[in-house]
Design a protein around this ligand. Structure first.
Ligand code: HEM
Length: 382
């Protein structure tokens, strides 16, 4: 059995981590309070993070939707949501299915199947590239940037030493320039793609500034790629570890969306979100001073027995299943419909083509190296 079947657990719902100088929020109701009160728990964490922990100049998420507070956040969110609608996402279903089959055919022809490299990593990046409307010949560029930014074999960005930063900065600039060029192109010659919709988006007479079009395109790649990779890998791990649930899902495909939701609870890909306190605040019986970094552990709250009975059992039948795998409140994941769609389509096809869907006991999975990411970076299947 995998060790992480026993969820991450802590004694206290809110704890100060003296070595990191941050407050960890583990409890479900406490985390709910944090996420629903952006006035006290600001998303603009850059303001309070010590300078030496910040990435070098030029590589900053300042002004990105994930870092904004009301009222700026709401304005930007309305504009990008008007371009990135449920319909835009739903229309992708046949294409996601075709891509999944293509990728699985290629793996079959190679004669081995490693879920991450062969399907879970390439699928979301291709979908995002196509959604934005970049030429399919440039798909390789997107993969190159994603590889560089996620550094699958290295330490997380913030922990890397200065000389390693170049490896991130260069692709970052390349990607920004590439997207800025394409956005400018779309202003002149509109097409049926998301970049054009972003360029043309208008709410209450306001449009997206050029840099925000580029920022949002970048966020799609940053927030929508590896998280989805992890969701697919984690779901396969769950169905491997709980074979009776695999049988159930196989027999009744209408339960697949519930399997995806329970996977997000049980192995939460985006394990923690950062906030900064704007004032002194009482939370879970402790007092947090102003200007402190707070880490909200979605992955731990999703195993809080006060909210989820038998939290270490993978049970897609939980009803309701109010997990916080996509966050909660004003920053609730904007890509949730796309992640759910990719998860449902890919899992259905995996179940169609692989029976049983089993990991390879002689070639064990490798986990992601960072505690804030719950997932595998290598998952050989039988
Ligand atoms: C926000 C998780 C897929 C785009 C978030 C947040 C979480 C999350 C937890 C909230 C962050 C916070 O409160 O600070 C996930 C997971 C995914 C996933 C687990 C896959 C399983 C995607 C996809 C896209 C996307 C596919 C787009 C293509 C975004 C954006 C935000 C966001 C734009 C920021 C929303 C805002 O700040 O208002 N995501 N995400 N995500 N996600 Fe996702």
């Amino acid at each position: 059995q995998h060790f992480w079947l026993h969820g991450p657990r802590s004694g206290q719902p809110v704890e100060f981590d003296a070595s990191a100088g941050m407050w960890n929020v583990y409890g479900y109701p406490e985390l709910h309070e944090v996420l629903m009160d952006p006035a006290t728990f600001s998303s603009n964490t850059m303001r309070v993070v010590p300078k030496e922990m910040l990435p070098k100049e030029g590589f900053s998420l300042e002004g990105f939707i994930t870092q904004l507070d009301p009222p700026e956040h709401g304005k930007l969110r309305k504009l990008v949501s008007s371009a990135f609608t449920r319909k835009v996402v739903a229309d992708l279903e046949p294409r996601i299915a075709a891509l999944t089959h293509e990728l699985l055919d290629e793996a079959r022809d190679r004669g081995r199947f490693e879920l991450v490299t062969d399907l879970a990593y390439p699928l979301p990046v291709i979908v995002i590239a196509e959604l934005l409307g970049v030429p399919s010949s440039d798909r390789a560029l997107f993969k190159k940037w994603a590889d560089a930014l996620f550094q699958r074999d290295a330490k997380p960005t913030l922990e890397r030493r200065a000389e390693d930063l170049d490896a991130v900065m260069k692709p970052w600039r390349e990607m920004s320039d590439y997207l800025a060029d394409h956005a400018a192109e779309r202003k002149l010659r509109p097409r049926a793609d998301l970049l054009t919709r972003l360029v043309e988006a208008e709410v209450d007479g306001e449009r997206l500034p050029d840099d925000q079009v580029v920022n949002f395109a970048i966020i799609l790649l940053l927030a929508g790629h590896i998280t989805t990779t992890m969701l697919l890998g984690n779901t396969v791990l769950c169905l491997d570890a709980f074979p009776d649930q695999q049988d159930k899902a196989r027999a009744d495909r209408s339960t697949i969306p519930d399997v995806i939701e329970e996977s997000l609870r049980f192995l939460t890909p985006f394990a923690a979100v950062g906030r900064a306190t704007t004032r002194e605040v009482e939370l879970g019986g402790v007092t947090i001073p102003a200007d402190q970094v707070v880490m909200g552990w979605l992955a731990v709250a999703n195993r809080d027995p006060r909210q989820f009975p038998n939290p270490d059992v993978f049970d897609p039948g939980r009803d309701p299943n109010p997990h916080v795998g996509f966050g909660r409140g004003i920053h609730f994941c904007l890509g949730a419909p796309l992640a759910r769609l990719e998860g449902r389509v890919a899992l259905n096809i995996l179940l169609d083509r692989l029976n049983p869907l089993r990991t390879n006991p002689d070639d064990p999975a490798e986990l992601m190296p960072t505690p804030t990411m719950t997932g595998v970076r290598r998952l050989p299947l039988l």
